[in-house]
Write a protein that binds this ligand. Structure first.
Ligand code: DP6
Length: 404
């Protein structure tokens, strides 16, 4: 009888937020960056993509991907590159062991779900491609390490390579033309510095701006600030940041994080035509963080912004009262405080009263412009799970759409 078995594997993968930003490609096809970068992997209890990869000789001939219940285009060069590389690794296994089922020749059916709303405007491509690559690698039983898989995920979306690891993760830009040395590595596991926290201020009505893929190309082509950033500033900061993480030196971590975010957004403004990712709400968040640090007499909070207006503010658990407590007093009525993390935080009304004197306009701006908050912290890399999104017949199960 012909084989009709459905082969399946499931994984979850995290979001990461860079503290040294990736911005610029030296090879757009292979997704090779102009500079190295470094990120913090965020906890999957708060933000994650869950993916089941499956294949079967009984499937319709073309590969498919369902994300939050909607079919996605898998014919794009990036997804195709990931499929091709993973299939070729599986083919090598099958060639060396003819008793293995020929999974590489079967169509793939993939189902993915995010546990956070797509409308939050959070870059989900990093978690998405990391989960896709990890799930297919598990399906194919590839003996590939996270480092090896990061080179494949990188071709899906650059920042995705960093989501193959937990904790504090670097992406070495590499120098080889074929991309063989452009991969992610662990700077330190989450357990090394487990008290890192983040509050994400999700800005309302965040309209889709210039995509990072398009934006960074224009920056490389037109910004005169960019070469100094890529060739001098970032290499220096990578060293400072790695040392700060290893030494658990929050002040340096925070200062470098903020300066690097500002440097990245400066090159955006220096792009022709200029790219504006920060808006008035983002600038209000910067002002409030400045105020928190001034009040504390040391740097206890660090803001960073990606290709959009949402603020990610890193702080340590020990500064929860001064940082998250202030934001709760300020934005307590917004969505996001009801979870396990948020409900534990006490609204720091005294800090709010003090901050209002110095940053009243900024606080009013945040109250008006922030739609919801997400409380999270450093977390683990991709995790295998028995929870499947595809049943034994190859049908999607509980296809919930939390992506509204
Ligand atoms: C600002 O990884 O989304 O978030 O490789 O074109 O998919 P592509 O770009 P992407 O860019 C992320 C840019 C960033 C900074 C960062 O995450 O390092």
């Amino acid at each position: 009888m012909a084989d009709t078995k459905v082969y399946r594997a499931s994984t979850t993968a995290p979001v990461n937020i860079a503290v040294i930003k990736y911005w610029g490609k030296r090879d757009p096809k292979l997704n090779l960056p102009t500079n190295s970068s470094l990120s913090v992997t965020l906890s999957q209890s708060d933000l994650r993509t869950h993916t089941t990869a499956s294949c079967s000789p009984s499937y319709p001939t073309s590969d498919s991907l369902l994300l939050n219940g909607s079919p996605q285009d898998v014919l794009g060069a990036r997804t195709q590159a990931c499929f091709r590389e993973l299939r070729s690794l599986r083919q090598s296994l099958e060639a060396s062991n003819p008793s293995l089922p020929k999974l590489s020749s079967y169509p793939l059916k993939i189902v993915s779900e995010n546990n956070f709303p797509t409308a939050a405007g959070l870059a989900s491509s990093a978690a998405g491609f990391a989960a896709l690559v990890r799930a297919i690698a598990d399906l194919y039983e590839l003996p590939a390490s996270p480092t090896e898989l990061s080179k494949i995920a990188r071709q899906g979306s650059g920042s995705a390579c960093r989501s193959l690891f937990g904790g504090y993760v670097g992406w070495d830009k590499g120098t080889a033309a074929d991309g063989s040395d452009s991969m992610a590595y662990e700077v330190a596991p989450a357990a090394h510095w487990p008290t890192m926290r983040a509050v994400i201020l999700v800005v309302s009505a965040a309209k889709k701006g210039v995509s990072s893929t398009a934006g960074m190309q224009t920056t490389v082509a037109t910004s005169s600030l960019f070469p100094a950033r890529a060739n001098e500033t970032v290499p220096r900061r990578m060293k400072e940041m790695e040392a700060a993480v290893k030494a658990k030196d929050f002040e340096t971590f925070a200062k470098v994080t903020m300066r690097d975010s500002n440097s990245f957004h400066a090159t955006c403004l220096d792009t022709e035509p200029p790219i504006f990712y920060l808006n008035d709400v983002s600038r209000a968040a910067i002002k409030v963080v400045e105020e928190v640090n001034k009040k504390a007499g040391k740097t206890v909070a660090a803001y960073t912004f990606d290709a959009g207006p949402n603020a990610v503010i890193y702080y340590l658990e020990e500064s929860e009262k001064e940082v998250a407590g202030l934001f709760k007093a300020m934005l307590g009525e917004k969505e996001g405080w009801e979870g396990a993390r948020g409900s534990k935080i006490e609204a720091n009304k005294t800090a709010l009263e003090a901050a209002e004197k110095e940053a009243g306009v900024a606080i009013a701006g945040l109250k008006e412009g922030v739609a919801r908050v997400i409380l999270t912290g450093v977390g683990e890399g991709p995790l295998k799970t028995e929870e499947t999104l595809i049943d034994e017949k190859g049908e999607p199960v509980n296809a919930v759409t939390n992506g509204s």
